[in-house]
Design a protein around this ligand. Sequence first.
Ligand code: GRF
Length: 204
Amino acid sequence: MRLGILISGRGSNFEAIANSISRGKLDAEIAIVIANKPGAGGLVIARERGIPAKVIPSRGLDREQYDKLLIDELRAHDVELVCLAGFMRLLSANFVKAFPDRVLNIHPSLLPAFPGLDGQKQALDYGVKIAGCTVHFVDEFLDSGPIVLQAAVPVLDDDTVESLSARILAQEHATYSSAIQLIAENRLVIEGRKVRILPENPSA
Ligand code: GRF
């Protein structure tokens, strides 16, 4: 399964996906990494690992114009699944239609709690005892599509945004690859808001 990974920054989720592939835990290949910001740290990781990467700057373009560029680039690389990994832009309905049920996102909270920016800080400020991360299908709304997998992370009394974010990030890295592998194995059925996970095929 050919992946297109969209990033805006550090790129640790992208790197974790690349690691899962190289360790043989994920049956996929990264066809292209696209950053909307020239300074995205993930671009350095892609270069070091010899993974094709490209900057398509989003500055000054409206959503439809920008998403058209993204769609063309992803199609040119025969991308079958688009993975948003710290990609800080909302995608248009046309983008979502171009890859039906084939766009995933990772968010650092247990959705529907704490969508948007700084999910970890929102959780800490609210005083929840359990935080976590969510991998979900993407629709044109913010952090809102059907949920594939979630992982829970306890909030400790002395947690800071940094310490909690680090523990959530470790779960993000594992959870994202697991969700992608479920799609590679064709084991997800979307029924409205619900995503059913089919059992492993023993003969596969
Ligand atoms: C992660 O916390 C992800 O959940 C959120 O943005 C952050 C991206 O981190 N959407 P990285 O660029 O993958 O290191």
